[in-house]
Ligand binder design. Structure first.
Ligand code: GLN
Length: 559
């Protein structure tokens, strides 16, 4: 062996953090995992974030967003849980598909392998073959991202059946690498109004449940309405066998972007470094950049009102904001950088369908956005909103379905194609200006819905001297997609003659990716077939959202 080889230092072991929820769901486990990523990244470590979801769905694409939240599309097209969007935003980085798994994905792989005699006659067992498959996926994600620290968020709450196999995998990994794995429990401390005191017992019980799986948390993130005091920290530390500095306070905040800063204030970074035995590294600018972003957010010079029309019935604001989380975060990011506070109103288009005279209430808005969607629900109302925005020169931004409906509106009212429609809603329309993509026909006929849309990143070419070019300052862009329908090539000439500009197309010129009206006709009337919200980051807002917000600011000024 050469002497050089002998002195070569051993690559430090990869570290793993499992983030799991105690007491109840909906307490911000995803934001916690994301913020742990941000803090560690700021300390100079290469971090990656993974999500392990308990569903049997093979991906999140077939789940209803009003029940489960947004479907977040990764660069390669994998349809995932909205937390993947939080991870990309908080790490300011694109993540590979290996960073997402569901029980369905894991079980399907193992069962398919078993059917192909892949286990060579062995009895295939959940607590070995499934857990090994989970760990194999974690190892691949680590390799793909070259991460020094892998954070795996386990969906669901400790104590339920559904996610137990992921917890078991975490236990097994700890057994294999005792010094390199830690568990963080995100718990909730209720403060019953009558008692006026924060209670720790549910957290103690959640830890007992984790104990029953053969594990103890190494750190507890204590979510509550207010910061947790020393007395309660001591109590949890004592009852749950943890040093007090490993109980981190996580009070409710106005903005999720305060979480990494708060964690750092309460010593999270230091505690993690010591728990994981990480070598000291040089801190980077990340947390300072977050602080600058927050200070812009906290010092708005004005407010702008944005209407998001849809057909909302049983869904409250809470559910809606989950279903459109990336759109909302993209609006916020662009607005905060432009130093305005966005006020978003969910507009029920049913009112406009029943009483068209109420449309004029839209004049109170500085901008209107129609996001992606599917099916016939509320469509005529949305089209009348788009017509109102066009005629009254209110900045309009249509995303995916919002772009397709903008084309329908223009076809009907300007290109004189009365009754024009998308075949998604009216398959027999005389003027099918939005048609099913050729490549999608087969999937629809055979009912193969899972993962078959036009998904993920595609390049588009931008026409110079257009609104799109003004924003992108580039003729070649890459954006993420999720759709089955497209602008029907047979109507492009007619629509263009009528004044609609297709300023972005697929490189071969066949697919219309951006539609707009020229600046001389309308301050901002832009639709994108793709979803720019998936690429917006708090520290790097998306140029189209920035353009939209600037137009809204101008609209307000001109009032
Ligand atoms: N329903 C439309 C389509 O499938 C739009 C999809 C979307 O908005 N994501 O093309």
């Amino acid at each position: 062996m050469s002497s050089r080889k002998k002195t070569k230092t051993k690559k430090p072991a990869t570290k793993y953090i499992f983030v799991m929820g105690g007491v109840m769901s909906g307490i911000g486990k995803g934001i916690t995992a994301s913020s742990i990523g941000t803090v560690l990244q700021s300390k100079g470590y290469r971090v990656t974030l993974m999500k392990a979801d308990p569903y049997l769905n093979v991906d999140a694409g077939t789940m209803n967003p009003t029940e489960h939240g947004e479907v977040f599309v990764l660069e390669n097209g994998l349809e995932t849980d909205q937390d993947m969007g939080n991870y990309e935003r908080f790490l300011n980085r694109t993540l590979p598909p290996e960073n997402y798994m569901t029980n369905g994905m894991v079980f399907k792989y193992v069962i398919d392998k078993e059917r192909a005699l892949g286990y060579k006659g062995k009895c295939v067992e959940p607590t070995y073959h499934i857990t090994e498959e989970i760990l194999r996926r974690i190892a691949i994600a680590q390799k793909k991202t070259d991460a020094e620290v892998v954070v795996v968020e386990i969906g669901g709450t400790i104590g339920e059946y559904q996610n137990a196999i992921f917890l078991e995998a975490a236990r097994q990994l700890k057994l294999k690498h005792p010094h390199d794995v830690i568990n963080i429990m995100v718990s909730y401390l209720p403060m019953p109004a009558k008692l006026g005191e924060m209670k720790t017992k549910p957290t103690q019980n959640a830890v007992r449940q984790l104990n029953a799986y053969g594990m103890n948390p190494h750190m507890i993130i204590a979510r509550s309405e207010v910061p947790i005091d020393k007395k309660r920290k001591e109590k949890i530390a004592y009852m749950c066998s943890l040093p007090i500095e490993h109980i981190i306070s996580a009070p409710d905040v106005n903005s999720i972007y305060e979480v990494p800063i708060n964690f750092e204030k309460d010593g999270l970074g230091k505690a993690l470094i010591s728990l994981l035995g990480l070598p000291r590294k040089k801190e980077d600018d990340t947390l300072h950049a977050w602080k600058r972003f927050l200070s812009k957010k906290n010092n708005p010079k004005d407010t702008i009102r944005i209407a998001i029309p849809g057909k909302y019935f049983d869904t409250g604001d809470f559910v809606l904001s989950d279903a459109y989380i990336s759109v909302i975060e993209a609006i916020k990011a662009a607005a905060y950088h432009e130093q305005v506070e966005p006020i978003i109103d969910w507009i029920n288009v049913k009112d406009f369908e029943d009483r068209p005279e109420t449309l004029k209430n839209l004049k109170n808005y500085d901008a209107i956005l129609v996001p992606g969607g599917f099916g016939a629900s509320g469509i005529e109302g949305k089209i009348s909103v788009i017509a109102y925005a066009r005629k009254n020169k209110i900045p309009y931004f249509g995303i995916c379905y919002g772009m397709q409906l903008m084309v329908v509106e223009y076809a009907r009212h300007v290109a004189r194609l009365s009754g024009a429609h998308t075949v998604e809603v009216d398959p027999k329309t005389q003027y099918p200006v939005i048609n099913v993509m050729e490549s999608q026909k087969e999937h629809l006929e055979q009912g193969i819905y899972g993962g078959t849309m036009r998904l993920g990143s595609y390049i588009a070419h931008i026409q110079p001297k257009t609104q799109a070019y003004k924003m992108y300052k580039n003729t070649v862009i890459t954006e993420r997609h999720r759709h089955r329908y497209e602008v029907n090539p047979e109507y492009i000439e007619q629509l263009t003659k009528a004044g609609l500009v297709f300023s972005g197309t697929s490189p071969d010129g066949v697919l219309m990716e951006i539609a707009e009206l020229p600046a001389t006709e309308h301050p901002f009337f832009v639709g994108t077939q793709f979803h720019p919200e998936f690429l917006s980051r708090p520290l790097a807002p998306h140029p189209i959202f920035t353009g939209f917000i600037k137009a809204a600011k101008n609209k307000k000024k001109s009032k």
